[in-house]
Unconditional design. Sequence first.
Length: 474
Amino acid sequence: MRPQPDTQRRLICVARAPNDLLLAHVRAAGWEVTVARTAPGAEAAAKEARVAAGLIDFDGFTPRDFTAFRACLNHPTIGWVAITAAGQSASHAVRDLIRNYCFDYVTMPLSYESISHVLGHARGMAALNYVDTPAETAATGNHEMVGTCDAMQCLFSTIRKVANTNASVFICGESGTGKELTALAIHEHSPRRKAPFVAINCGAIPQHLLQSELFGYERGAFTGADQRKIGRIEAANGGTLFLDEIGDMPLEAQVSLLRFLQEGKIERLGGHESLRVDVRVISATHVDLEAAICAGRFRADLFHRLCVLRVDEPPLRARGKDIEILAHHILHKFKKDSTHTIRGFTTSAIQAMNDYSWPGNVRELINRVRRAIVMTEGRLLSPEDLDLESFVRVEVTSLDHMRDMAERSAIETALLHHDHRIGRAAAELRISRVTLYRLMVAHGMRDPADKPLHDEDGDDAAKGLVAVSGDGQG
Ligand SMILES: Nc1ncnc2c1ncn2[C@@H]1O[C@H](COP(=O)(O)OP(=O)(O)OP(=O)(O)O)[C@@H](O)[C@H]1O
């Protein structure tokens, strides 16, 4: 389960000599403050906080502290604001920290109200990242499997269930959906987790070599076999064997594999000894194996042996909000590849990712985000960085709506220009005051109950126009 967002307004204040008056003020403004006077203290406070604002005064800290600060300043759910004294921002190291890690900076002296206001914004921006941080779901060693949508939650529950048995598992799903990761997760959650997980891609190995790769061979078994080689099945003894792209396995190897699944024994090529091997088999394919069976390319009896338990991997396009969550997860993992700090994705990039059909699934998402991290010149990754600009929705609005917007904008500009003096604004727009009042009411800029006042303009020449009823303009 995901933790709930923090509703408290937490503030981490990092300073060698904290400003007591400032602290009293932010506390009075409702912030729950944690003070850190050292870099390790700041790190500990950052680890504790889920969503928080951070206020950091670099004065008095050493360059070594600056290096240590990077980890906590990089925390995605803490919005940092730096305090700088006049002249301090001249330091190259401080400038770098502010530019790369801080939401904003304030130069002292500044009103405490303004600081509290900036902190509120910084915390708000950090809270947006909170919803984007990936859920802890099915951790598989160093490989985290991210997913919060119903289809992925269902997959995680299936993984936990099938992990407890020894039956063969068959994973079905489009290319790049995470079939190997699922197989690894099953292994890591099973009692076999301490024994090897051995993966072999049946499609990537030349057909004539697949048998020897799977079963191994004895010295002299064929020309060039100058020493014994242990095959992948034997290497997985006690653990799990993952047969990827099983649909590409040649018929000859299918016969040998079927024999192994029936008897639990193998014979190395060129050997005469039968060896008992205890292996749990997980296989996967992105092709329609039932069709391959009908076409005589795959043995039905082998399929039934392999597919005791079936797991379906959802395509990325069917994972809804998970697309965005995964994108942030990948960004977080690879953002060090960029020379500058990248904070996230533009709204149109998120929309383009949601509209794209992802034929290459998670693998393609990883590649696009990694490319974007390297190519971008901004702090937010755009559809162009992701090479998805053709998926940006162009909103088509009606002509009436466009006219309406243009009218409202012209009125706002004229009123601003003339400091809300109605007569002058109306004159610039070349309409009467009465028409301007009517349009302001129509655009919700004025309450119809409000009577136009003569002295609103402070301009006697304009007063006479108020009495004029209509000017025939639309
Ligand atoms: N839910 C997920 N969370 C995080 N990373 C994922 C997830 N699913 C897949 N990946 C990553 O996507 C990449 C492709 O996954 P994987 O190799 O498991 O896919 P596959 O379905 O086995 O691909 P193929 O059909 O080409 O063999 C890997 O880098 C994997 O770590």
